[in-house]
Design a protein around this ligand. Structure first.
Ligand SMILES: C[S@@+](CC[C@H](N)C(=O)[O-])C[C@H]1O[C@@H](n2cnc3c(N)ncnc32)[C@H](O)[C@@H]1O
Length: 200
């Protein structure tokens, strides 16, 4: 059998890390994640049809939506949560099934760097504190941009620690119109928002 490459090794490590911390993730990170959601959602509109939460974890963003915007379980808006850790998804499912009115949360066990969607299917993309886990952030961004449509709204929040922002900055500038990059001292992430511009 071939040895694992660096990419697969990192993924195995990340999966094990989040599987093992899933049961106490919310207790530890709920407040800090909620402060990031508040920043990301300041100007968001939910008239879009398909929303992807890439690296959704235990569903804290989904719960935030539920508290602030009931539309999340209307027919008009389809939420898709994708994560590489099945135990994080299990926590998500466990919480959601307690809310009886939500029958079918769309949760997918998958990898941001190899998204299981066809081109141009997603109208709104969130990736909150997930992209810094990737072996190759640009590959993940390329995948998000591939599945996003022209005009898709992008809402990314990436852990500043060890992030080489200059490296991805020019790529972001070439793909995102009205790129809005915020570095706030009170949150540990860089917030990146804008509208996806697809080259014809
Ligand atoms: C810090 S948690 C953030 C979870 C959630 N977005 C939140 O705000 O609470 C990072 C999440 O990214 C997921 N993740 C890491 N690498 C991933 C990948 N390649 N594809 C999909 N999800 C990934 C982890 O399993 C974990 O659930």
């Amino acid at each position: 059998m071939n040895p694992l490459n660096k990419d697969s090794e990192k993924k195995k490590y990340i999966i094990a890390k989040y599987n093992s911390t899933s049961s106490f993730y919310d207790d530890r990170y709920k407040n800090i994640q909620n402060s990031k959601f508040q920043l990301l959602l300041r100007d968001s509109k939910f008239d879009n049809k398909i929303l992807l939460d890439a690296g959704c974890g235990t569903g804290l963003l989904f719960e935030f939506f539920l508290r602030s915007n009931q539309q999340i379980y209307d027919e008009k808006l389809k939420y898709i949560g994708l994560d590489i850790s099945w135990k994080m998804l299990k926590q998500f499912l466990h919480k959601i099934t307690k809310v009886s009115s939500i029958k079918h949360p769309n949760l997918i066990l998958g990898d941001i760097e190899n998204l299981p969607f066809r081109e141009e299917k997603i109208h709104q993309i969130f990736a909150v504190t997930s992209l810094q886990n990737l072996h190759d952030i640009k590959k993940g961004l390329r995948e998000l941009f591939r599945v996003g449509r022209q005009g898709t709204s992008l809402n990314l929040s990436i852990l500043k620690k060890n992030l080489n922002l200059d490296n991805i900055d020019s790529y972001l500038k070439s793909e995102i119109v009205d790129l809005n990059l915020i570095r706030l001292e009170r949150v540990e992430d860089v917030i990146i928002q804008g509208t996806l511009l697809k080259k014809k």
